[in-house]
Design a protein around this ligand. Structure first.
Ligand code: DP6
Length: 339
């Protein structure tokens, strides 16, 4: 029996992937950029056992057996076998795949990205497939191709109809910007009503703004973001990220039927961050939202204590009577910067 184990990080996009030009091959309409979280914090861990003695391929996710016939899972298996030099022994292998996240699914984080990146890495190790595996992870879930690498990562949309150039590449490792911190605000633990796959599919079919964004906004923004990361220009980085997140959610509203991923708390956090940046006379914090109400903040290490204090005041984990954020009217005791 052969056994391999891999881990892969969760990634949070700062320029969003939203819309596929090919549903089958999972090819995006635009490039995207993300940061991978440290794997000692949030990651997926996958172990694959391969043996000719097993009766069938099987998969367990977080301890529960799931269907091996999931088409996206089958896509990854097919892609890896296409690239492998299959020995007669490998031809007879049946696989038992166990995958676990080290974070609660209830945290509402996209676990599929880390999961499919991890599965692809483990399959590549097992079948001794060398070279880039981001395009294999992409066949499981688009954003998974970015979780194949650490640090800041760019997924190139590519132009090849077969998707051969739709791959992810690392921009810089995490050590390039060691002061960068990410805060994940769990606003709601429920599963989202409209999956990102459905939301973006409807968007491609019905939103003119989606087309405009992909053709006229993201190409320039993605280059600027790349530059902001390379030069560690936090203000530029945060401004681009907030604009891009809001534009993605504007596309969601422009979609028919519209998808609402943000709730009142998400909007409250967004409003608070803008007021805080304004009061600080510079952009100290940036936010971004994926296909759900949870808000992710990017900020520099030195600003973490103050921002945590601010969040705790306006959005205490346990609701407190009479404390509510109202723009332009912060109570005197509000821990806003006095600079
Ligand atoms: C809002 O990668 O989950 O998180 O390719 O259909 O699996 P599929 O979609 P998925 O979409 C992620 C969308 C996003 C933005 C992003 O991560 O870039």
């Amino acid at each position: 029996m052969s056994i391999v184990t891999c881990i892969a990080p969760v990634n949070i996009a700062v320029i969003k992937y939203w819309g596929k030009r090919d549903e089958q091959l999972i090819l995006p309409v635009n490039d995207s950029i993300s940061a991978s979280l440290d794997t000692d914090q949030l990651c997926a861990k996958t172990t694959i056992m391969a043996s000719a003695d097993f009766d069938a391929d099987r998969i367990w996710l977080n301890g529960r057996e799931e269907s091996i016939n999931n088409p996206r899972l089958q896509n990854c298996l097919r892609e890896i076998k296409k690239r492998a030099q299959l020995s007669p022994e490998m031809e007879n292998w049946k696989l038992h795949i166990c995958s676990k996240n080290n974070f609660p699914t209830a945290a509402g984080l996209a676990s599929s990205a880390a999961g499919y990146a991890c599965l692809s890495a483990a399959l590549a190790k097992l079948y001794r497939v060398e070279g880039d595996i981001s395009s294999i992870a992409r066949c499981g879930s688009g954003s998974a191709c970015r979780s194949v690498y650490g640090g800041f990562v760019r997924w190139y949309a590519g132009t090849d109809p077969n998707g051969n150039d739709s791959i992810a590449k690392q921009i810089v490792p995490a050590s390039h910007w060691p002061e960068m911190r990410i805060l994940i605000l769990v606003v709601n633990e429920e599963r989202k009503k409209t999956s990102s796959a459905i939301g973006m599919k409807n968007g491609v079919l019905t939103s003119e703004l989606l087309k405009y964004r992909a053709e006229h906004c993201v190409p320039k923004r993605v280059e600027e973001m790349n530059q902001a990361i390379m030069t560690k220009n936090f203000e530029k980085f945060a401004q681009l990220m907030m604009k891009d997140s809001n534009q993605m959610h504007a596309v969601c509203l422009d979609t028919s039927p519209p998808c609402f991923y943000l709730n009142d708390v998400s909007f409250g956090v967004i409003d608070l961050i803008h007021a805080y940046n304004e009061a600080s006379n510079r952009v100290k914090v940036g936010y971004t939202n994926d296909a759900g109400p949870n808000t992710v903040l990017y900020l520099l290490e030195k600003d973490v204590p103050e921002v945590l204090g601010l969040l705790d005041y306006y959005f205490p984990s346990k609701p407190v009577d009479n404390v509510e954020y109202k723009r332009g009217n912060p109570p005197a005791s509000a821990p806003l910067s006095e600079e």
